[in-house]
Design a protein around this ligand. Structure first.
Ligand code: FMN
Length: 224
């Protein structure tokens, strides 16, 4: 018996081909702008318009995701009491990390950053964005599995960081480990995996960053 054919609509791709010279210039400019992004660890409390955060989150949602399921959730935190709770929990984990959990090699690798268990920016910055991957969900009590949740969330978060940077904001990719205290504080379902706590705002006027370069193209790329 012939199966009924199910049709899913397609739309025309919104694509305008550019001149190669224009493309080289555009990619050059974009590279220069993106290469100016640095992780900041000293934030002012200067107000950031919520619209900027919303636009950057929408930009993040443009990233490809497994079967277009967008298996992530970004929780945007500006509430001072919640930020205080997060700081308290993060510093507790970080203290254990610096005193017990981290290997000597790891601690040595962290020396150039001059970091420790104190995280004042978690209450100083106007926004924290908790990034959760969703390996699965329950919809009407039915378990729904998602595809490539970590990859998809990573791609969306990278896009978010770039969008925030290009909008004129600074970020810190913060990963106290384990991060599951975020599920409890933010009331997130326990199957959601907390991956990153993104700190967002303006750098303080006197901000300095570690004097470190990046790998040359041939060191992380192979054209074959
Ligand atoms: C997955 C990931 C986790 C990170 N975790 C932390 C962190 O917990 N604390 C911190 O101060 N920086 C953290 N960083 C920031 C890195 O140290 C930083 O990106 C790296 O040194 C390169 O510097 P740049 O971002 O200024 O180019 C993290 C970065 C990534 C990608």
């Amino acid at each position: 018996m012939e199966q009924p054919k199910v049709k899913f609509p397609f739309i025309k791709l919104d694509f305008i081909e550019k001149q190669p010279l224009d493309m080289i210039q555009t990619s050059e400019q974009l590279k220069n702008k993106l290469c100016k992004r640095r992780t900041v660890r000293s934030f002012s409390d200067k107000h950031v318009d919520k619209k900027i955060i919303e636009n950057c989150l929408l930009a993040a949602s443009s990233a490809p995701s497994g079967a277009n399921k967008q298996p992530y959730q970004f929780v945007v935190i500006s509430n001072p009491a919640l930020k205080e709770k997060i700081k308290f929990a993060a510093e507790k984990e970080e203290k254990l990390f610096y005193e017990k959990r981290a290997s000597q090699t790891w601690l040595n690798d962290l020396k150039p950053f001059n970091t420790n268990d104190q995280k004042p920016y978690l209450t100083q910055a106007p926004y924290l964005i908790a990034v959760f991957a969703k390996p699965f969900d329950f919809i009407n009590d039915k378990k729904v599995k998602y595809y490539y949740p970590i990859e998809s969330t990573g791609l969306a978060t990278g896009t978010l960081i770039s969008a925030l940077h290009l909008s004129g904001l600074a970020t810190l990719t913060h990963t106290p480990s384990p991060l599951n205290f975020l599920n409890e504080i933010l009331g997130q379902p326990k199957q959601y995996k907390a991956l990153i706590l993104l700190v967002v705002g303006y750098p303080t006027k006197d901000t300095v960053v570690p004097d470190q370069g990046r790998k040359k193209l041939f060191e992380f790329t192979k054209f074959i």
